[in-house]
Design a protein around this ligand. Structure first.
Ligand code: CP3
Length: 365
């Protein structure tokens, strides 16, 4: 049964009472409740215990009244059953024990079945659907390129040297890896939808490192496979990347009902590049959450003014919440978005009703 949710309505570009808002990485170390759990469990342990993952997912929903929950997991979890090894080293970010560099490495990746290999993720989704009531749950995965970049580099990267070297000097190996990953990620995302995710987001966080030509050749067909597998399941699909100003039309072609924008492009300019037949999500600079309240408010209002009440805007940051973000400012932004859009959207609605009644008094419907 479908719930009534302004987040899901906005994903479908339907009118809403107030602009929906949630935050990428809304659960995490900036929250004291999360840090308390992290004292006892590692990140991977949290993910592997569905009741704890569900509890962490609910923390920002309770604390801020956001309009959507995002499942607590990580884009790199599928790397574990693929046999590549995953660890989150302190202060270093993710480390992949056996990076993929050759055709043999691609062949050696183990068979993958989302429901059995990542059953703990599906269990967390099932628990959450029992607890969330009216708040929709977003599932997610990494896009093939962003996941490939970690698998090839062996961890985080600035220049993506090894990734691009594989692309440019062994394109057949790169295509083989992307093809395998797109099957794995499509299976993973569809399993999340079957378990109860009511929308999904595909994170292509680092795709902005590529030129449009390389995106079209090396990324688009594989992202398309993942996005269309999810879209075939009739839940809204959000397609997100950063540094994507030159890639937006190609990302739209790859798919998604909603395209995520980062803060480097004004929201209205990004939306014009995409066209109005797609919804947009974004795009406050995550650093704005550290600013004094009047400055933060001006920046929140600026994003909303650029969206201008058009159906199909979901308020979010341009990228994930940063580690030392002041918690009270996160709550303040949720309230600012609801208050400002509530008054401007109801103003627009009242105006259109007045318009209608003038027409009625003139004897027109
Ligand atoms: O949004 C949420 O609240 C859901 C949880 C979530 C996590 N990771 C938990 C996490 C989501 C949606 C992700 C996605 C993710 N993971 C992305 C795409 C989004 C983005 O920010 O670009 C990427 C690139 C990753 C890979 C990853 N995971 C990195 C690079 C790191 C280390 C960086 C860091 O902040 O330390 C992680 C660890 C990670 N995943 C944390 C959290 C809350 C860090 C906190 C911890 O160690 O407890």
């Amino acid at each position: 049964m479908e719930i009534k949710s302004r987040f899901l309505q906005a994903c479908r570009r339907q009118p809403v009472d107030v602009t929906p808002v949630w935050f990428m990485r809304q659960a995490g170390r900036y929250m004291p409740e999360y840090r308390a759990i992290r004292e006892k469990y590692s990140l991977i342990e949290i993910c592997r215990h569905p009741e704890i993952a569900a509890e962490v997912t609910l923390q920002p929903v309770r604390a801020f009244g956001v309009d959507a929950a995002i499942l607590f997991a990580d884009i790199l979890l599928p790397v574990i059953p693929l046999g590549l090894g995953l660890e989150f080293a302190k202060g270093e970010g993710p480390v992949i024990a056996s990076p993929v560099r050759t055709r043999d490495d691609v062949r050696a990746m183990r068979p993958f079945d989302a429901e059995s290999d990542l059953g703990y993720v599906m269990d967390a989704i099932r628990i959450l659907r029992g607890e969330l009531n009216e708040t929709p749950l977003i599932g997610f995965c990494g896009a093939p390129f962003t996941v490939a970049s970690y698998i090839i580099e062996g961890g985080s990267s600035r220049e993506f040297l090894k990734t691009k070297m594989m692309m440019y000097s062994a394109p057949d190996v790169f295509h083989a890896l992307m093809s395998r990953l797109s099957d794995v990620l499509a299976d993973y995302l569809v399993a999340q939808i079957r378990a109860g995710a009511q929308a999904v987001q595909v994170f292509d966080s680092w795709v902005g490192a590529l030129s449009p030509a390389d995106y079209e050749t090396f990324v688009l067909p594989y992202s398309q496979k993942v996005l269309s597998a999810a879209q075939a399941k009739d839940v809204p699909v959000i397609h997100f990347g950063t540094n994507t100003t030159t890639l937006l039309p190609l990302m739209k072609r790859a798919g998604g009902d909603v395209i995520g924008l980062d803060w480097r492009i004004p929201l209205d300019d990004g939306w014009s590049l995409l066209g109005d037949d797609v919804a947009v999500q974004g795009n406050l600079d995550p650093v704005a959450l550290f600013a004094p309240l009047p400055e933060l408010k001006a920046r929140v209002h600026d994003v909303l003014r650029r969206a201008n009440g058009r159906p199909g805007h979901i308020f979010n940051l341009g990228h994930g919440i940063l580690q030392h973000t002041p918690v009270e400012n996160v709550k303040a932004v949720v309230d600012m978005v609801h208050e400002y859009s509530g008054s401007s959207l109801s103003g627009a609605l009242a105006q259109s009703k007045r318009g209608n009644s003038v027409l009625m008094s003139m004897g027109k419907p």
